[in-house]
Design a protein around this ligand. Structure first.
Ligand SMILES: Cc1ncc(C[n+]2csc(CCOP(=O)(O)OP(=O)(O)O)c2C)c(N)n1
Ligand code: SF4
Ligand SMILES: [Mg+2]
Length: 342
């Protein structure tokens, strides 16, 4: 049920029941200069299409700021504001609180207005994680934070972030003859972290632009349920990942089919799986990670042992955890087996 308290109401955005039911209006149009095949740009377009015209978008520094607002051109049709790299959380909270105050004082019409702040993986999972975390504890303000994850600081030429995958070649982790793998940290589990640590946040989800209707419906659900909400999107980036732009859609599908990026939502503590992730949870075989990794130049230096390590880490995540690295959502079977083994 949407919260209908005065000045705290949310729009009730029913899910689109199939692609033919999606509204035709666009609120992110021409005027941007993102690379061909940029999935983050697609995510912006779907995000605001799902939200509709009564929406304010706030964007932290990164490709989705710079390439979208170059020399007096912009694709944004709705009100949009740039915010500092680490402050998507603060911008979301401040804007939501400002709107609420103005409505409460009667200075503007009291009506539901969506507030969406987006950030990249550098801005959100590294620099801005504190402000996002704080925002997710303020249940009295409605805002959605969407982290678009292209797995690098792309805008400043593909530097490594806390979300770059193990072993990836970035400008800060080039493979060399002395050391083949410079980056040996496993990627953060942002959606899991946000879900498990913020008990007042009622909705956390993962999305991928390859599954557009599902992606839009998760945005609509987040905005309808209200309070602070969080969505993590995995966005193939032809420049940073080094693949042919025509493969962007397939790359997103492979991330899901290999089990590297599970698609799910957690609403009021209840986990729901989507699409091929649901099929995998139900027993469908995951594709080998090599099918995904070897299509990308950033893993071209991988040897068999690197592929085996990557595969083992993904297997471990699926074998041990229902949602990777979140203890309370541990699979019943796994919990039983662990107890029996004691
Ligand atoms: C405090 C601060 N440090 C560094 C920069 C330079 N800078 C601008 S965009 C950017 C990359 C941001 O990466 P991410 O958030 O992942 O977004 P992407 O560029 O990948 O879309 C950096 C480092 C900045 N604008 N502000
Ligand atoms: S570098 Fe990547 S994220 Fe940035 S505009 Fe190009 S494809 Fe999009
Ligand atoms: Mg990035």
């Amino acid at each position: 049920m949407a919260d209908t308290t005065f000045s705290n109401a949310t729009q009730v955005l029913e899910p689109f029941r199939g692609i033919k039911k999606v509204t035709i209006e666009e609120y992110f149009t021409s005027g941007h200069r993102t690379c061909q095949g940029c999935e983050s740009a697609l995510i912006m377009k779907l995000m605001v299409k799902a939200a509709g015209p009564r929406t304010i978008v706030l964007g932290s520094t990164g490709c989705m700021y710079v390439a979208n607002t170059t020399y007096y051109t912009t694709p944004w049709v709705v009100p949009w504001m740039h915010t500092q790299l680490g402050s998507s959380g603060s911008a979301a909270l401040g804007t939501a609180a400002g709107l609420k105050a103005l409505m409460t004082k009667g200075k503007i019409k009291s009506e539901p207005i969506n507030v969406i702040a987006f950030c990249g993986d550098g801005g959100g999972a590294d620099m801005g994680i504190g402000a996002i975390s704080a925002t997710l504890t303020h249940k009295e303000y409605n805002s959605l934070i969407l982290l678009y994850d292209n797995e690098s600081y792309a805008n400043t030429d593909i530097q490594i972030s806390g979300m770059s995958p193990y072993g990836a070649n970035t400008t800060f982790s080039p493979p060399g003859s002395v050391k083949r793998l410079i980056h040996t940290r496993w990627k953060k589990n942002m959606a899991g972290m946000m879900a498990v640590g913020h008990t007042e946040c009622r909705y956390v989800a993962t999305v991928c632009g390859s599954y557009a209707v599902e992606m839009m419906n998760k945005v609509r659900r987040a905005l309808t349920i209200g309070g602070p909400t969080f969505i993590h999107s995995l966005d193939p980036c032809p420049k940073g990942w080094d693949y042919d732009p025509m493969l962007s859609h397939e790359m997103g599908e492979l991330a899901i089919e290999t089990g590297i990026f599970p698609l799910y939502e957690i609403e009021d503590g209840v986990v729901k799986y989507y699409g091929k992730t649901k099929a995998i949870v139900g027993g469908r075989k995951r594709k080998p990670v090599r099918e995904y990794l070897l299509k990308q130049g950033r893993f071209a230096h991988f040897l068999e042992e690197d592929l085996a390590y990557f595969q083992a880490k993904v297997d471990e995540m699926w074998d041990k955890w229902e949602i990777p690295a979140i203890v309370p959502f541990r699979k019943l079977e796994a919990t039983k087996a662990a107890l029996e083994a004691r």
